[in-house]
Design a protein around this ligand. Structure first.
Ligand code: CO
Length: 212
């Protein structure tokens, strides 16, 4: 059974290649020449939130980083490397942090149950809870509270992106770079743009503003 599933993946790939070539015989030849995506996507690793598919993007149109609960951690070399390459080499103009309602990582942060090593990753989401404790504790409805926490976590990650030396140096050089926060609805397919569009470090609290 499992072997059948695996073999099917290879078959699917062959069919996909054939369909792409049927539309454009040069499809892969053009992609092989290089990439110039206008967008970096930082999303959740959740299998139901496929970056390219939900924004109708073709190969070559979006640079993607995904982890549990779409976190932007300043000590994460993986995230920093993706961000640096996207901003300084690819010169993307937009970065979207895309969370999603029903996020398991965010839900885990609401609980006290230990899951394993992931507890240490989830801890950063618990910090977001602590920053917004008064607002969140005032919400009686559990679903509304969960949804609000998902949204607040995305906003916090957008701010954390803006705080990075990479993004601030880019703005300092006069490079155009816009940061956005989205929350995707798994049960609707619809994106909720949270409207946290940041394009300058002057929008950060004073203590975070770097001078170069
Ligand atoms: Co998630």
């Amino acid at each position: 059974m499992e072997k059948k599933f695996y073999k099917q993946l290879i078959e699917n790939n062959k069919e996909w290649v054939a369909s792409k070539l049927a539309q454009d015989p040069q499809f892969f030849a053009k992609l092989a020449e290089g990439q110039e995506p206008p967008l970096l996507w930082i999303g959740c690793a959740d299998s139901r939130v496929p970056a390219n598919e939900i924004i109708g993007a073709q190969p070559g149109e979006v640079f993607v980083h995904r982890n549990i609960a779409n976190m932007v951690l300043h000590t994460d070399m993986n995230m920093l490397s993706v961000l640096d390459y996207a901003v300084n080499a690819l010169k993307v103009k937009h970065v979207i942090v895309c969370g999603h309602y029903g996020c398991g990582g965010v839900k885990a942060a609401l609980s006290n149950q230990s899951i394993g090593i992931i507890d240490n990753w989830i801890r950063h989401i618990k910090d977001v809870y602590r920053f917004h404790k008064d607002e969140l504790d005032a919400i009686a409805d559990e679903k509304v509270k969960f949804d609000t926490f998902v949204e607040l976590n995305v906003k916090e990650q957008v701010l954390d992106l803006a705080k990075t030396s990479i993004v601030q140096a880019c703005w300092k050089q006069g490079q155009e770079l816009y940061l956005h926060g989205w929350v995707y609805g798994i049960d609707s397919g619809i994106v909720n743009d949270l409207g946290v569009n940041i394009s300058s470090n002057e929008e950060l609290e004073d203590v975070y503003q770097l001078k170069f």
